[in-house]
Ligand binder design. Structure first.
Ligand code: SIN
Length: 299
């Protein structure tokens, strides 16, 4: 007999980050916050530094009514740090760092970019740190994005389980994702580029419990889409741990969900979150653009 799984309690501290540059309104108990009172292109250097602090605190922040052009989006994202090389998508002409994610109203697909719980490109030796995403057009309902706070999830494990996880290295690879996508779509998909494909399939081993490069906070580096094994374990040994951790980290209490509006911009911290965008808006157009900021080797 085991205990009934109940909602966790305690240790929820998503109180608003205090800034002299903008307002902050938390979105959920676990994470997420709306930033108000500014337009991103007009933010001073101190304002950008404060925005990054707010991001480290809330893990995902968003702003309404920004209506950025591609140039403004690219210029803003460049102020967050150097751009990462995106494994999957190509930028728009003239603004190569701004990558479209567009699903047309008449497009019906069994699988969608970002449709499973994931952190961005963890199969790379140096996965991206921040992702920004903006909406130009969206469905009247559906197409929400949901995030899970993997630092909070780590905090809510028993000390015994935490200590068991600390020395482990997770194998992140795109192999399972490609196999699943190919099966669902009935056609071979990949990165297009041979070197990217080989790196994506080979993947990388990272600390399963990583330490945030800016805050020192520990978090689970785990994901349903790309975590395929644990170093030194058989798949039969590793999968129950990965499966438990993904279910644990993505439970309702550790998440927040954003209902998009055209003109919105959001950004998230890939070192301390997972996210997904469900395939639930057939019949409506969704036009989004994203950038990714380079990150270091996870430690
Ligand atoms: C992503 O996974 O980066 C995209 C999420 C979304 O389109 O909502």
């Amino acid at each position: 007999m085991w205990e009934v799984r109940v909602s966790p309690c305690g240790d929820f501290d998503n109180h608003p980050f205090k800034s002299n540059h903008f307002g902050v309104e938390p979105l959920a108990a676990a994470m997420g916050a709306e930033i108000s009172g500014i337009r991103l292109p007009e933010l001073s250097d101190e304002g950008i530094a404060s925005l990054k602090q707010a991001l480290w605190k809330h893990k995902m922040v968003y702003l309404k009514d920004q209506h950025l052009t591609h140039a403004e989006h690219e210029e803003f994202a460049a102020r967050l740090g150097p751009f990462a090389v995106d494994a999957y998508t190509q930028g728009v002409p003239e603004h190569r760092e701004v990558h479209p994610i567009i699903k047309e109203a008449d497009e019906v697909t069994p699988s969608l970019f970002g449709g499973g719980w994931h952190t961005d490109s963890p199969f790379l030796p140096e996965p991206p740190s921040i992702t920004t995403l903006r909406q130009v057009e969206g469905p009247p309902y559906g197409g929400d994005t949901t995030w899970a706070n993997t630092a909070l999830a780590f905090k809510h494990l028993s000390k015994t389980y935490q200590d068991m996880l600390r020395p482990l290295r997770v194998h992140m690879s795109a192999s399972n994702n490609f196999a699943t996508q190919n099966k669902l779509r009935g056609e071979a998909i990949g990165f297009g580029d041979k070197a990217k494909q080989e790196q994506g399939l080979k993947g990388s081993f990272h600390p399963l419990v990583r330490t945030h490069p800016e805050t020192g906070e520990p978090s689970l580096y785990i994901c349903d889409t790309y975590a395929v094994g644990i170093k030194g374990m058989t798949t039969h040994e590793a999968h129950p741990i990965i499966d438990f951790l993904v279910r644990h980290a993505t439970q309702h209490a550790f998440t927040c969900r954003l209902r998009w509006q055209p003109g919105m911009v959001c950004m998230w911290d890939n070192a301390a979150t997972m996210h997904l965008g469900p395939n639930d808006y057939d019949g409506f157009r969704r036009e989004m653009y994203r950038t990714t900021t380079a990150g270091g080797v996870p430690v």
